[in-house]
Design a binder for this molecule. Sequence first.
Ligand code: UDP
Ligand code: MG
Length: 309
Amino acid sequence: MPVTFSIVAPIYNELDNLSELHRRVSEVMSGLKESWELVMVDDGSTDGSTERILELAKQDQHVRPVIFARNFGHEAAITAGWDNARGEAVVIIDADLQDPPEVIPELVEKWREGYEVVYAVRAEREGETWFKKMTAALFYRIVHRITDVKIPLDTGDFRLMDRKVVEVLKTMRERRRFPRGMSAWVGFRQIGVPYKRAARHAGVTKYPFNKMVKLALNGITGYSYFPLQLATYFGFAAAGLAIIAIPVVIIMRLAGHGAFTGQATTLIAVLFLGGVQLIFLGILGEYLGRIYDEVKGRPLYIVREGPEQ
Ligand code: UDP
Ligand code: MG
């Protein structure tokens, strides 16, 4: 049976949200009067979410379970969703109900108008700490500034994508993934729809600060060489400074000033340049490590239990 809509939910320890997610998605989708499925990707949950997903799948034909062998991360779970979705349009939605399923019909409406990617823009955020909001806002702006692809601001992974777009994304098997960047990179006709991001229905965030930093790094290194180029700019600036400083110091010395004598000046220059070089070595290492990861070509995720076809 052909499926029109696939709703993909990445799930990591969301036991208390699953029934509500299933209920609200079912309600919204039955209102659309088209065939649909709910792809529940279990990203190595340990709180019983896995059993609950399999139970829901038994009770309701709409539920399509994909169970990972361990935790592979949100991005891998979204990828498995793309791989397993059969719909003509695929919607990615958080399992904690921060992305209200009631927004889906608005996304669908734009899709029917001919847009191939309809992303939901967070016009307001509820129930998150100011620290989370601030780091998120900063994160979106830095990534926007540095990367070559214009990733829309204040936009998460909540979006609808046409089958054509999903087929392209499925061919992009890079390991360090940044789904919203990938979805901007492919092009097509894209449009944003504002929505109010709700507070979590239950449970706690699985995106602590260190994971946000990792995500930001993936966003920046995946879509820009800027950090690598920084070394060149810095080298030119330092060399330029030296070229100006050399004649100045010679003239001052000849004129009898005791300019820049003593060890301190030498030490500062050595420490400064040494430090800068180590930083850029680190940046090189970051890109090198990413290349190594790609070269190994391991699978992006491992499925322990998949949907029956
Ligand atoms: N998630 C996942 N794997 C992970 C971390 C998170 O599948 O390793 C899922 C999580 O269950 C949720 C979504 O990704 O459905 C977004 O995570 P979360 O709500 O914790 O992030 P936040 O909204 O706080 O940024
Ligand atoms: Mg959340």
